[in-house]
Design a protein around this ligand. Sequence first.
Ligand code: ZN
Length: 242
Amino acid sequence: MKILLISDIHSNSVALEAVLKDAGPVDAVWCLGDLVGYGPEPDACVDRIRALPNVLCIMGNHDAAVSGLRNIDRFNDEAEKAILVTRSIISPSSVEYLQNLPETLETETALLAHGSPRNPIWEYILDSLTAKMAFAYSKLDYIFVGHTHIPVGFFHDKKNDKMTKKLFKDKEKLHLHDQMILNPGSVGQPRDHDPRASYGIYDPEANTWQIHRVAYDIKSVQERIVKVGMPEKHATRLSDGW
Ligand code: ZN
């Protein structure tokens, strides 16, 4: 069984298409939020995700802000500008889709949240302490999150009550056990200094997890970001993957 985990697409449909092509046929897609913001093509990304078969999708902070469910005070100036530009180009139908996304979802084996189970829209899981606290808010042992744009995992060894943080390398396969928080990284704006789009493949039968990185035409996306009037920083950062 092959489940595709994607997050933080951020209106980058060129990266999203590269990921879907690279992943090939899958049994399900779990999308961890932030479909929009930063990039030039919000509608193309929303339309593509909502039309996928067997897709589960939750809400990210940018989805909430673009669709008017959260105010934009908590964003920095350049993120705020991207939200305002996105609002000016996105269709009412896409806004309605984003507004109706749930903040968390539970599958048979895992909980899905954009940021964390404790604060699904906003909290960043960047360190072992925050990761450990997250398990108190989930009855399931596996938690999939996005939001940080970094493909990283936090593993809780229950017997020794020890947390370990691990950055995932391209194609490295892991066997899951005990309690784990898994972040597939970002499709549309990676921030681990690898500019390639990032996604994860979860196999609940074999109990394995693998990160994949895929190159895409960054230059064409950068040109379109500038063309729609987004801050230039959102274009330049894509080449460096930060
Ligand atoms: Zn994001």
